[in-house]
Design a protein around this ligand. Structure first.
Ligand code: I3P
Length: 109
């Protein structure tokens, strides 16, 4: 599964609140491959062509949990992703169908 997602980093490892200056929304081209959610800054790239930054932005979805951000009302179609190491991301999908599809796909792996 792939498509554009807008990401906000809410918590760093161990659930520590991400400091101001690092909490802004950023658009990525997201690709879920196996247990890894790749977040690429630009257009489509194959796995062989991943940049250092792409690798840094990749998130392991192993033992992670995705859920609709019912308590976040500033933007529509937003879901939380809580990772195994207790990072928390907010992701905004382009529409409700895409949001639900990402949640389902992430939680199934
Ligand atoms: C953040 C940025 C985010 C905002 C966040 C700010 O500033 O303005 O858009 O989240 O507020 O800290 P910075 O770019 O300096 O990291 P919202 O869009 O959800 O308001 P927050 O600290 O209340 O999460």
């Amino acid at each position: 599964k792939s498509g554009f997602l807008v990401r906000k980093v809410h918590a760093d490892p161990d659930g520590k609140r991400t400091p101001r200056g690092k909490r802004s929304w950023k658009t990525f081209y997201a690709m879920l491959k196996g247990l890894v959610l790749y977040l690429q800054k630009d257009e489509y790239r194959t796995e062989q062509e991943l940049t250092e930054e792409d690798v840094k932005n990749a998130v392991s979805v192993h033992h992670s949990l995705a859920m609709r951000a019912a308590d976040y009302s500033k933007r529509p179609n937003v879901f939380y992703l809580r990772t195994a190491d207790w990072r928390v991301f907010l992701f905004q999908a382009p529409n409700p169908e895409q949001m639900q599809s990402w949640i389902t796909r992430i939680n199934v792996v």
